[in-house]
Design a protein around this ligand. Structure first.
Ligand code: NAD
Ligand code: ZN
Length: 414
């Protein structure tokens, strides 16, 4: 089959690789109809992880079941499904509590949890390919209605990772009806965090980035765009709230000490650009620092942007070990909560699917491009610009593998 193969930093090729096969009776083989490039793939593409050459990336995967092992009972050949990016068993201590991001029985010498085609997440191959092996298929396949290529194809693909991840950012930041929210990052995750915040009933949502194109999508979703190139984003948020008489006239004495928002979400992660010199420098703690400033006393911060325990390319020796400088004193003084981590997708994907089916959510609004798997190398190059310069129009890219050798009596694509 054809798959993308990692050749080293900024180098990707499409090659013929061995087809996956059933390795355990609980496995299934999925024929991939759509897969996407994630901001998380860029950390590996940029050479900012320990990912080895020769691996296939891709953890946002949907398609049609091609083959099932003898022990698989609830999923059949021909079923249309989307996979959570986490591979999980469903029966360990963490899975039974819904924390499938920390599954204890999947293969991973580096720690807990596993994912398709991801650094430090086990040996599993990714799904930017024509086929992928699905371990623990009964647990990991989310069944979908309809047929491949229909009106929901791209919405359902967002259930693999970034819609649940945007939603999880809101969960960690405790967004509820009436909440005020500041989201840093208008990439796919930040944008779907904004969409999720409104679904949860937020009253006001700010989205901070430097990409005008991505901020325009945030605005279409109902959020207030904040470009950090136009000044300190925290001050911009304070100023907008202070300039609104409907907010200021309802304040009682003392409430001016709450000039920011109650919920903050980091959808950027450790490759954050310095807001003072975005063209030349990174600043891995800037988003955390700004969140600590913009969130009001007793508020909550959810961190879904990725941070790594090792990063050889980081700006200083502490950051190389994942140790960041931010004011824990302020966190304590303000009584903030900070919660972080990989999304346990399985905990949310069923409900988010049903919001899509009911017409209450439309995560595909953020998709900018859909290309053939053959064009994966150029797609990574453009997406790596993260919404500026040559890649300014590339917000979220879907890859379509070809399936010349697929036969079925059902009427699928091709
Ligand atoms: P992306 O790289 O396309 O988006 C990141 C955005 O952050 C870009 O638009 C960039 O301009 C912006 N940005 C950079 N520096 C900034 C700053 N100082 N302030 C505000 N915005 C800034 O990626 P994405 O797909 O949206 O993913 C975002 C993050 O979420 C990545 O770190 C990714 O690895 C992570 N992620 C985590 C999970 C999880 O399970 N927790 C799942 C998926 C993705
Ligand atoms: Zn992802």
């Amino acid at each position: 089959m054809k798959a993308m193969v990692f050749k080293g930093p900024h180098k990707i090729a499409v090659e013929d690789v061995e087809n996956p096969h059933l390795e355990d009776p609980r496995d299934a083989i999925l024929r991939v109809t759509s897969t996407a490039i994630c901001g998380s793939d860029l950390h590996m593409y940029d050479g900012r992880t320990n990912m080895e050459k020769g691996r296939v990336f891709g953890h946002e995967i949907m398609g049609v079941i091609e083959e099932v092992g003898d022990a698989v009972s609830s999923i059949q050949v021909g079923d249309r499904v989307v996979l959570p990016f986490n591979i999980a068993c469903g029966f360990c201590f963490n899975c039974v509590r819904g924390m499938t991001s920390a599954c204890l029985t999947v293969e991973n010498p580096d720690g807990v949890g596993a994912a398709y085609g991801y650094a430090s997440q086990g040996p599993y191959q990714g799904g930017q390919a024509e086929y992928v092996r699905v371990p623990f298929a009964d647990f990991n396949c989310l069944k979908l209605p309809g047929t491949p290529g229909d009106e929901f194809e791209e919405d359902f693909l967002m259930l693999a990772d970034i819609f649940p991840t945007g939603y999880y950012g809101c969960e960690l930041a405790q967004v509820q009806p009436g909440s005020t929210v500041a989201i840093f990052g208008a990439g796919p995750v930040g944008l779907l965090a904004a969409h999720s915040a409104f679904i949860r009933g937020a009253s006001q949502v700010f989205v901070v980035d430097q990409s005008e194109e991505r901020l325009a999508i945030a605005e279409q979703l109902g959020a207030i765009p904040i470009n950090f190139r136009e000044g300190d984003p925290v001050q911009q948020i304070f100023d907008i709230r202070r300039a609104n008489p409907l907010i200021t006239e309802s304040l009682r004495p003392g409430e001016e000490k709450m000039p920011g928002v109650m919920c903050g979400i980091d959808a950027v992660g450790y490759q954050a650009r310095s807001t003072d010199d975005p063209d030349h420098q990174e600043d891995p703690s800037i988003v955390l620092q700004q969140l600590i400033r913009v969130v009001n006393p007793t508020g909550h911060i959810g961190v879904v942007g990725v941070y790594m325990p090792q990063d050889q390319e980081a700006i200083d020796n502490l950051a190389k070990q994942g140790i960041l400088k931010f004011s824990f004193g302020k966190v304590f003084e303000k009584g903030l909560s900070i919660a972080a981590g990989q999304t346990p997708v399985k905990k949310y994907n069923t409900y988010l699917r049903d919001l899509i089916i009911a017409g209450q959510a439309k995560p595909s609004l953020i998709i900018s491009h859909s290309v053939e798997l053959d064009q994966v190398s150029e797609a990574y190059r453009l997406f790596d610009w993260r919404g500026i310069g040559e890649g300014k129009e590339y917000t979220k890219i879907i890859l379509k593998p070809e399936h010349n050798h697929y036969h079925s009596d059902k009427n699928y694509l091709n």
